[in-house]
Structure formats: C-alpha cells, structure tokens
Design a protein around this ligand. Sequence first.
Ligand SMILES: [Zn+2]
Length: 138
Amino acid sequence: MLSPVPDADGAPFWRYAAEGELRVQTCADCAEPRFPPRPCCPHCQSFAAEWRRTSGRGRIWSYVVPHPPLLPEYAAQAPYNVILVELTEAPRIRLIGNLVTAPGAPLNSLPHDHIRIGARVRVVFDGNGLPQWVLERP
Ligand SMILES: [Zn+2]
C-alpha cells in the first residue's frame, strides 16, 4: 500500500486524519475553505489559516475505474474505484478517495455498479489514518 508523503502545508490534514477527523484548511480572515492545503488564501491573499472539522459527509461528484497500466501496489487490486467527493460543508472542495464497504476494506471491495454520481457518502478511516468513503445507504 502506498502511504501519503505530507508536506508542511498538508501535514495537519494527515495529523487530524490519524485522529479520525476530516478537517479542511480554512482562511481565518474570509472563511473560505481551500484544498489542497497551501500557505495563502486564493480569495483574499491572507496567510492566516485554521483547520475546521467537517461532518465527513458529501456526495460523489465523479468517479473512475482505473485500468492497467498502474503502479504495482495498485495493479494487484484493480479494477477498483477512485471517487471525487464534494464535501457537504464546502461544495467547492472535492477530495479524491476510494469508495469501500467498510473502514480498511480493499479498494475493490465495492462492485462498480453500486457507484452513482450524486450518491451520499461519509468518510471513514483505515487503520493508518487514510480517509476512505462509504455509501450512506449501501
Ligand atoms: Zn481568505
């Protein structure tokens, strides 16, 4: 399994994820959430930021089912899904992840015909603090 390699701006995201929280970097001046994490607000150019906890809920905005050639770590699990989640509290932010049947389940645990654009999902975390997604109504 590949592991995240956090940079200084993204480290808090992974630290909160390891604690089971999905947080989004948010401008402390204009309150605009932003992703990926970066030092400066693209809205108001402020460098003041905070990490706001989200409900961990959203909708599938889009998805793909990657096919080979893939990185060796992923090829063994193909075909699997990669979804783009629009967060409920921050619809302009879309997070990439995998839709699985339960926390820590294999990337290919959910049949592809169960995936629908617009379906409600919620975040779960595997044993290593990696955010994954499950359907609200499987
Ligand atoms: Zn701002």
